[in-house]
Design a binder for this molecule. Structure first.
Ligand code: ADP
Ligand code: MG
Ligand code: MG
Ligand code: MG
Length: 392
């Protein structure tokens, strides 16, 4: 293939590119639709009506829409996404889409079509419970993160990867939108007037802001493993039997608890959006995510003999305690920022009844604060669940 100059694809040029790539048989009849839902990327779905096969071409756009304005945003995130899908695919091929092709200049990733699955957030909102979701994500997190950490890799390889996955522009978005803006009276914040009192209490809570600052520093400096970086329920395709994690454009070397915390935080956001009678299955997912992560991570640790300290008594427990406390803190930040920050979740915003919506959001804020403030005290997720007035 010829070297290409970047330009945004259209349905026509996406089909032409697909033909050049020889991904379909000669007799195929291709059609194409743009199905992306974001402000950052195009997603083209190309299908062959003769052989009933499809592919996805995701293309990064050179700008992002933030608070109504366009900001330039590096196209390199497409290469990060491709390489993270491939790197994580080495450890959990069954849990990520296969990458067929990529082109750094066009900023595209050509990958497996997962249209037979549903985005987990959408399905959960419709009342689905996805029995395998937390076991699969617990396994995904444990295997991808352990295997890219200093506990599994030679230090030269680990540091090479940390450079390869340097992702400062996307990290800055997280640093601002998750760890900073919601804790201050910043213009990117977005919340109902009924929440103003609760929000001002957050802005005045120095103890909370101090903990958020510590978590932000951990996010910036703890280069523990190759994170997904944006592991919310909208980045996960699911069915009764299958789970696939997509969209790792925020991947970088960061603290292990961040991926777990974001996922668990989104499960909590979903739980508070449900009527109390239907929350138990989500609480089981929350506890099971940590249980499975803990057990797979421990298993990989016992098998590892690369890092000599893995055999020192008490060290594994120390590391898992650090990861657990980070997980609670990051989950708390996610609960707060998805409730009052720039980027909301449909689970909460979609509650039609206003009183119920405000009540759910107040619960999310209170739980977020408690998770951040108690992250070094609580030793199980049951405490957090009990705080919502539930028994497991
Ligand atoms: P963004 O980074 O813009 O959020 P995503 O990677 O999350 O992009 O993709 C946006 C949407 O495109 C997804 O919610 C899903 O509906 C669709 N999509 C993305 N990847 C695939 C895929 N491999 N198969 C089928 N649909 C996909
Ligand atoms: Mg999206
Ligand atoms: Mg996405
Ligand atoms: Mg994305």
């Amino acid at each position: 293939l010829q070297k290409k100059q970047y330009e945004p694809l259209t349905v026509e040029t996406a089909v032409n590119l697909t033909k050049e790539l020889d991904l379909f048989p000669e007799n195929s009849i291709l059609s194409c639709r743009e199905i992306g839902d974001g402000n950052l990327n195009y997603v083209f779905h190309i299908t062959d009506s003769i052989n009933e096969k499809g592919i996805i071409i995701k293309q990064a756009l050179p700008y992002a829409k933030v608070v109504g304005e366009s900001w330039p945003l590096t196209l390199k995130r497409s290469t990060i996404e491709t390489n993270a899908l491939k790197k994580h695919g080495e450890f959990v091929p069954q849990l990520v889409p296969e990458v067929y092709h990529s082109d750094e200049d066009l900023a595209i990733t050509v990958m497996e079509d997962l249209s037979h699955l549903t985005i987990a957030r959408e399905g959960l909102i419709k009342g689905q419970s996805y029995p395998k979701l937390s076991s699969h994500i617990g396994e995904y997190i444990a295997r991808t993160l352990f295997s890219t950490s200093d506990f599994a890799l030679h230090p030269f390889e680990k540091k090479r990867l940390a450079v390869e996955f340097s992702n400062p522009e996307l990290c800055k978005i997280t640093e601002d939108l998750i760890f900073t803006d919601p804790f201050f009276d910043h213009e990117t914040n977005d919340f109902e007037p009924e929440l103003r009192e609760d929000v001002e209490a957050i802005w005045k809570n120095n103890a909370l802001k101090l903990e958020a600052a510590k978590l932000k520093l951990s996010f910036i400096t703890d280069a523990e493993a190759l994170l997904h970086g944006d592991l919310h329920t909208g980045s996960i395709f699911a069915s009764e039997t299958e789970t696939k994690v997509i969209d790792p454009e925020f991947a970088f070397y960061g603290p292990i608890g961040f991926d777990i915390g974001l996922f668990i935080g989104n499960l909590f956001l979903h739980a508070v959006s449900r009527e109390e009678a239907h929350r138990a299955v989500i609480f089981e997912h929350i506890e099971n995510t940590w249980t499975v992560f803990h057990s797979v991570f421990s298993e990989l640790w016992e098998q590892s003999n690369l890092e000599v300290y893995t055999k020192v008594e008490g060290y594994k427990e120390y590391i898992l305690q650090k990861i657990f406390s980070d997980t609670l803190g990051f989950a708390g930040c996610e609960l707060i920022r998805r409730t009052i920050g720039l980027s909301h979740v449909k689970d909460l915003d979609g509650i039609a009844d206003k009183d119920k919506r405000i009540a759910a959001k107040k619960q999310a804020l209170a739980l977020g604060e408690a998770l951040i403030l108690n992250r070094n005290k609580w030793n199980s997720l049951t405490v957090a669940i009990t705080l919502l007035g539930e028994k497991t």
